[in-house]
Design a protein around this ligand. Sequence first.
Ligand code: Z5A
Length: 210
Amino acid sequence: MDQGSFITLEGIEGAGKTTCMAQLRLLIQQAGKSYLETREPGGTQLGEDLRQLLLGHKHTGMTDDAELLLMFASRAEHLQQKILPALGRGQWVLCDRFTDATYAYQGGGRGIAFSRIRALEEWVQKGIRPDLTLLLDLSVEQGLERAGKRSAPDRFESEAMEFFRRVRQSYLELAGKEPDRIKVIDASRDLDEVLAQITIVVNNFLQEKT
Ligand code: Z5A
Protein backbone atom coordinates (compact mmCIF):
# COMPACT_ATOMS: atom_id res chain seq x y z
CA MET A 1 0.00 0.00 0.00
CA ASP A 2 1.12 3.56 -0.79
CA GLN A 3 2.43 5.28 2.33
CA GLY A 4 0.88 8.63 3.15
CA SER A 5 2.56 11.74 4.51
CA PHE A 6 1.49 14.44 6.89
CA ILE A 7 1.95 18.02 5.58
CA THR A 8 1.04 21.16 7.51
CA LEU A 9 0.77 24.84 6.64
CA GLU A 10 1.69 27.47 9.21
CA GLY A 11 2.10 31.21 9.51
CA ILE A 12 0.77 34.32 11.17
CA GLU A 13 -2.62 35.84 10.30
CA GLY A 14 -3.05 36.70 6.64
CA ALA A 15 0.07 34.78 5.61
CA GLY A 16 -1.92 33.08 2.85
CA LYS A 17 -2.42 29.57 4.20
CA THR A 18 -5.89 29.19 2.71
CA THR A 19 -4.66 30.46 -0.64
CA CYS A 20 -1.61 28.19 -0.58
CA MET A 21 -3.60 25.12 0.52
CA ALA A 22 -5.20 25.17 -2.94
CA GLN A 23 -1.75 24.89 -4.55
CA LEU A 24 -0.66 22.15 -2.16
CA ARG A 25 -3.85 20.21 -2.90
CA LEU A 26 -3.28 20.59 -6.65
CA LEU A 27 0.30 19.28 -6.42
CA ILE A 28 -0.76 16.27 -4.37
CA GLN A 29 -3.63 15.56 -6.79
CA GLN A 30 -1.28 15.85 -9.76
CA ALA A 31 1.01 13.31 -8.11
CA GLY A 32 -1.97 10.93 -8.02
CA LYS A 33 -2.16 10.76 -4.23
CA SER A 34 -5.31 10.23 -2.23
CA TYR A 35 -5.54 12.91 0.47
CA LEU A 36 -7.48 14.32 3.40
CA GLU A 37 -7.65 18.11 3.74
CA THR A 38 -8.32 19.38 7.21
CA ARG A 39 -7.55 22.14 9.73
CA GLU A 40 -6.87 22.99 13.36
CA PRO A 41 -8.43 23.87 15.60
CA GLY A 42 -11.22 21.83 14.03
CA GLY A 43 -11.37 18.92 11.61
CA THR A 44 -14.02 16.98 13.58
CA GLN A 45 -17.46 17.93 14.90
CA LEU A 46 -16.08 18.40 18.41
CA GLY A 47 -13.03 20.22 17.04
CA GLU A 48 -15.17 22.63 15.03
CA ASP A 49 -17.29 23.36 18.12
CA LEU A 50 -14.10 24.01 20.10
CA ARG A 51 -12.89 26.24 17.27
CA GLN A 52 -15.96 28.43 17.69
CA LEU A 53 -15.25 28.75 21.42
CA LEU A 54 -11.58 29.51 20.77
CA LEU A 55 -11.99 32.02 17.95
CA GLY A 56 -15.29 33.63 18.90
CA HIS A 57 -15.66 36.56 21.27
CA LYS A 58 -17.90 34.81 23.79
CA HIS A 59 -14.96 33.95 26.08
CA THR A 60 -12.61 36.90 25.62
CA GLY A 61 -11.16 36.42 29.11
CA MET A 62 -10.34 32.73 28.64
CA THR A 63 -7.24 31.78 30.64
CA ASP A 64 -4.08 30.86 28.76
CA ASP A 65 -4.10 27.34 30.22
CA ALA A 66 -7.72 26.75 29.19
CA GLU A 67 -6.87 27.94 25.67
CA LEU A 68 -3.88 25.58 25.50
CA LEU A 69 -5.87 22.60 26.76
CA LEU A 70 -8.75 23.27 24.34
CA MET A 71 -6.26 23.33 21.45
CA PHE A 72 -4.99 19.92 22.53
CA ALA A 73 -8.51 18.60 23.17
CA SER A 74 -9.35 19.47 19.56
CA ARG A 75 -6.06 17.85 18.44
CA ALA A 76 -6.65 14.63 20.40
CA GLU A 77 -10.04 14.18 18.75
CA HIS A 78 -8.66 15.13 15.35
CA LEU A 79 -5.78 12.67 15.55
CA GLN A 80 -7.92 9.74 16.69
CA GLN A 81 -10.91 10.38 14.44
CA LYS A 82 -9.33 11.72 11.27
CA ILE A 83 -5.56 12.00 10.95
CA LEU A 84 -4.41 8.57 12.13
CA PRO A 85 -7.14 6.67 10.23
CA ALA A 86 -6.26 8.58 7.03
CA LEU A 87 -2.54 7.89 7.40
CA GLY A 88 -3.43 4.27 8.17
CA ARG A 89 -5.26 4.07 4.84
CA GLY A 90 -2.15 5.40 3.08
CA GLN A 91 -3.67 8.84 2.46
CA TRP A 92 -1.80 12.12 2.55
CA VAL A 93 -3.00 14.50 5.24
CA LEU A 94 -2.91 18.22 4.39
CA CYS A 95 -3.58 20.23 7.53
CA ASP A 96 -4.00 24.00 7.95
CA ARG A 97 -2.08 24.52 11.23
CA PHE A 98 -1.00 21.93 13.82
CA THR A 99 1.21 21.84 16.91
CA ASP A 100 3.77 24.36 15.62
CA ALA A 101 0.92 26.88 15.95
CA THR A 102 0.60 25.94 19.62
CA TYR A 103 4.31 26.60 20.22
CA ALA A 104 4.05 29.88 18.31
CA TYR A 105 0.73 31.24 19.71
CA GLN A 106 0.36 29.72 23.17
CA GLY A 107 4.14 29.47 23.71
CA GLY A 108 5.58 32.55 21.99
CA GLY A 109 2.42 34.66 22.02
CA ARG A 110 0.97 33.87 25.45
CA GLY A 111 4.25 33.00 27.15
CA ILE A 112 3.45 29.42 28.20
CA ALA A 113 6.66 27.44 28.75
CA PHE A 114 7.58 25.24 25.78
CA SER A 115 8.26 22.38 28.21
CA ARG A 116 4.57 22.32 29.21
CA ILE A 117 3.47 22.29 25.58
CA ARG A 118 5.95 19.51 24.85
CA ALA A 119 4.48 17.42 27.70
CA LEU A 120 1.00 17.72 26.13
CA GLU A 121 2.42 17.05 22.66
CA GLU A 122 3.98 13.80 23.88
CA TRP A 123 0.84 12.77 25.72
CA VAL A 124 -1.62 13.51 22.91
CA GLN A 125 0.46 12.79 19.81
CA LYS A 126 2.62 9.87 20.98
CA GLY A 127 5.32 10.66 18.45
CA ILE A 128 3.05 11.64 15.54
CA ARG A 129 4.45 14.80 13.93
CA PRO A 130 4.21 16.36 10.46
CA ASP A 131 6.64 15.07 7.83
CA LEU A 132 6.76 18.46 6.12
CA THR A 133 5.67 21.93 7.27
CA LEU A 134 5.41 24.96 5.01
CA LEU A 135 5.92 28.08 7.11
CA LEU A 136 4.55 31.12 5.26
CA ASP A 137 6.60 33.99 6.60
CA LEU A 138 5.91 37.69 6.21
CA SER A 139 5.95 40.80 8.38
CA VAL A 140 3.21 41.24 10.96
CA GLU A 141 2.17 44.51 9.30
CA GLN A 142 1.73 42.88 5.90
CA GLY A 143 -0.10 39.85 7.35
CA LEU A 144 -2.56 41.90 9.35
CA GLU A 145 -3.18 44.21 6.41
CA ARG A 146 -4.06 41.20 4.24
CA ALA A 147 -6.18 39.61 6.97
CA GLY A 148 -7.92 42.91 7.70
CA LYS A 149 -9.17 43.21 4.13
CA ARG A 150 -10.91 39.88 4.49
CA SER A 151 -13.26 39.76 7.48
CA ALA A 152 -13.99 40.99 11.02
CA PRO A 153 -11.15 40.11 13.44
CA ASP A 154 -11.52 36.90 15.49
CA ARG A 155 -10.36 36.59 19.12
CA PHE A 156 -6.72 36.03 18.07
CA GLU A 157 -6.71 38.70 15.39
CA SER A 158 -7.77 41.21 18.06
CA GLU A 159 -4.38 40.81 19.81
CA ALA A 160 -1.75 43.58 19.77
CA MET A 161 1.06 43.80 17.20
CA GLU A 162 3.59 42.75 19.84
CA PHE A 163 1.74 39.43 20.29
CA PHE A 164 2.07 38.65 16.58
CA ARG A 165 5.74 39.68 16.55
CA ARG A 166 6.39 37.07 19.24
CA VAL A 167 4.33 34.50 17.28
CA ARG A 168 6.34 35.14 14.11
CA GLN A 169 9.63 35.03 16.02
CA SER A 170 8.69 31.69 17.60
CA TYR A 171 7.79 30.21 14.23
CA LEU A 172 11.16 31.27 12.82
CA GLU A 173 12.96 29.80 15.82
CA LEU A 174 11.13 26.49 15.36
CA ALA A 175 12.16 26.50 11.68
CA GLY A 176 15.76 27.20 12.70
CA LYS A 177 15.72 24.15 14.97
CA GLU A 178 14.13 21.82 12.41
CA PRO A 179 15.23 22.98 8.96
CA ASP A 180 14.68 19.55 7.38
CA ARG A 181 10.98 19.51 8.31
CA ILE A 182 9.99 23.19 8.41
CA LYS A 183 10.56 24.98 5.11
CA VAL A 184 10.28 28.76 5.27
CA ILE A 185 8.40 30.28 2.34
CA ASP A 186 8.78 34.02 1.70
CA ALA A 187 5.08 34.90 1.76
CA SER A 188 5.68 38.63 1.35
CA ARG A 189 6.12 38.15 -2.42
CA ASP A 190 3.46 38.28 -5.13
CA LEU A 191 1.17 35.28 -5.09
CA ASP A 192 2.62 33.62 -8.20
CA GLU A 193 6.12 33.78 -6.65
CA VAL A 194 4.84 32.31 -3.37
CA LEU A 195 3.11 29.48 -5.23
CA ALA A 196 6.31 28.83 -7.21
CA GLN A 197 8.28 28.43 -3.96
CA ILE A 198 5.66 25.99 -2.65
CA THR A 199 5.77 23.99 -5.87
CA ILE A 200 9.55 23.54 -5.61
CA VAL A 201 9.45 22.45 -1.96
CA VAL A 202 6.51 20.05 -2.39
CA ASN A 203 7.85 18.51 -5.60
CA ASN A 204 11.23 17.94 -3.91
CA PHE A 205 9.44 16.27 -1.03
CA LEU A 206 7.39 14.10 -3.40
CA GLN A 207 10.59 13.03 -5.17
CA GLU A 208 12.26 12.11 -1.89
CA LYS A 209 9.22 9.98 -0.99
CA THR A 210 9.34 7.94 -4.20
N1 Z5A B 1 -4.28 28.71 16.87
C1 Z5A B 1 -3.57 28.70 18.05
O1 Z5A B 1 -3.49 29.72 18.73
N2 Z5A B 1 -2.98 27.55 18.47
C2 Z5A B 1 -3.06 26.39 17.76
O2 Z5A B 1 -2.51 25.37 18.20
C3 Z5A B 1 -3.79 26.41 16.52
C4 Z5A B 1 -4.37 27.59 16.10
C5 Z5A B 1 -3.90 25.16 15.72
C6 Z5A B 1 -7.21 30.07 13.70
O3 Z5A B 1 -6.36 29.94 12.64
C7 Z5A B 1 -6.51 30.67 14.89
O4 Z5A B 1 -6.16 29.63 15.81
C8 Z5A B 1 -5.21 31.34 14.54
C9 Z5A B 1 -4.17 30.75 15.47
C10 Z5A B 1 -4.94 29.95 16.43
N3 Z5A B 1 -5.28 32.71 14.81
N4 Z5A B 1 -6.02 33.49 14.29
N5 Z5A B 1 -6.74 34.20 13.86
P1 Z5A B 1 -6.79 30.11 11.14
O5 Z5A B 1 -5.66 29.51 10.40
O6 Z5A B 1 -8.10 29.56 10.86
O7 Z5A B 1 -6.95 31.71 10.98
P2 Z5A B 1 -6.00 32.69 10.24
O8 Z5A B 1 -4.59 32.62 10.67
O9 Z5A B 1 -6.63 34.00 10.37
O10 Z5A B 1 -5.93 32.10 8.78
P3 Z5A B 1 -6.80 32.42 7.60
O11 Z5A B 1 -8.00 33.17 7.99
O12 Z5A B 1 -7.08 31.11 6.95
O13 Z5A B 1 -5.79 33.36 6.78
P4 Z5A B 1 -4.65 32.83 5.81
O14 Z5A B 1 -5.08 31.51 5.30
O15 Z5A B 1 -3.31 32.87 6.38
O16 Z5A B 1 -4.68 33.87 4.63
P5 Z5A B 1 -5.55 33.83 3.28
O17 Z5A B 1 -7.01 33.89 3.62
O18 Z5A B 1 -5.07 32.81 2.34
O19 Z5A B 1 -5.08 35.22 2.69
C11 Z5A B 1 -5.46 36.44 3.30
C12 Z5A B 1 -5.69 37.49 2.19
O20 Z5A B 1 -4.45 37.78 1.56
C13 Z5A B 1 -6.65 37.00 1.10
O21 Z5A B 1 -7.40 38.09 0.66
C14 Z5A B 1 -5.68 36.55 -0.02
O22 Z5A B 1 -6.26 36.69 -1.29
C15 Z5A B 1 -4.54 37.52 0.16
N6 Z5A B 1 -3.22 36.95 -0.22
C16 Z5A B 1 -2.75 35.72 0.06
N7 Z5A B 1 -1.50 35.57 -0.44
C17 Z5A B 1 -1.19 36.75 -1.02
C18 Z5A B 1 -0.01 37.22 -1.71
N8 Z5A B 1 1.08 36.45 -1.85
N9 Z5A B 1 -0.02 38.48 -2.16
C19 Z5A B 1 -1.10 39.27 -1.99
N10 Z5A B 1 -2.25 38.89 -1.36
C20 Z5A B 1 -2.28 37.64 -0.89
